[in-house]
Ligand binder design. Sequence first.
Ligand SMILES: [Zn+2]
Length: 439
Amino acid sequence: MSTLRRLVGLITTLHMLQSTVVHAWSDHASLAWPLLRVMPEVQNAEPLRVETLNEFVVAERTAIAELLAQHEDWALQNLEHYAALPTELVFDAATADADLEIAFLNAIRINPTRSYQPYRQLMSFEPKTAQETLIAVSELTFLQGTIASNDSRYVSLASGDFVSAAAVVSTASDEPDFGLDIGLYADNGTEHGKRYGFGNQPFGNPNLEYGSQAPFHMGFYHLDWLTSLAQPGLLQTYPLYRTELYRKLAVLAFSTGHDYWGWRFMGWGLHYVGDLAQPYHAVPLPDTGILESLWIVATGKTGEALQLVSNRHGVIEAFQKAIVAQALVRQDWTQSTLQEVARLSPSAAWAQNTLIDELTQDSAAGAAGLDRALVKYAPPKLVSDPVFEFSQSPEEAAILAAIAVQGEDAEAGLTASLNQQMQRFSFFAQAWIRGILNS
Ligand SMILES: [Zn+2]
């Protein structure tokens, strides 16, 4: 029993550490772009007339109220660890127009303190036109880490402007990392967290700026029995709640002629599809069986194991970000990673069980291979030295140079492993997008 308790300790600590890297892929807009630029369904979409959230919610208040009531019933019946929506937050279509947007944000329980204004991200190769006005990232998020490290450009959009579907869905796919799921728990020290009914945060470190979104952006749907038993909080995750909600809202928006919001809700949901295509978001300890976990605990190597997982998680994300950024700014669509993202899979389809039975299942199955590739190809200091902290290291900022030191084979090997993750992302992203458009 004491071994079990120590295992609980291991897993708890693990998730506090992991919460420092809950971004998953950085810059989801650039990640998705190579796919969006070749998907006929996206490219053939008519330019979208921009609407504010308030305009959409006011226009479709009755249908939204019905949808949210139906979603709540679905969640209560289908999500094993679901925390019910408090009665006072139920969306009331009779709410005054001026209060309707905030009533909607409360009813879907996302952070009501940030702006949901229309905007779009410029791709790195896109020049800003004379008519476009840049807006600071601080207008879109309160997260200081994002504000400090973000070098993307954003332009404001106003009601009545026209914008491409690809721009809306790519931009929106990065938006959930701008604070939508921050501070939603009762013990997060926020006013909305006290009202939202999610209870206390089940895992992740609530003291870290990003920590509180972990249960919404990670999905441990395929835990082994011992971990489930020892740490049931890991099962209290919400990606399926979010994707189903945004899928239904997107379908409603399209069917009622609000295409801008159709693509934007689609993009919000696409974020979680991307996160869960990252094996470190679907498996707590890749390439580690139950016995090995117990051995790690028994030999007092817990802290070392956690540091290694954290560093490997960081290395693959830094590598992905650098590879994609380098190819995208050159518009090098023949680069292998961009090609993998752009590989069309017309048979990919989305169903209600896809996220759990296919996407996270596949991510979990790919976790050990990715972990081993990192150990094989990345410099040992970065992925096999438990004393080293990768996050914010000089190597993180110059990851391609750090990998290049290992020789050409290393870069090729790691790229091949990255591309396997991109193949998963691309397939399920297409399933997600088509699933909504075909509804
Ligand atoms: Zn995320």
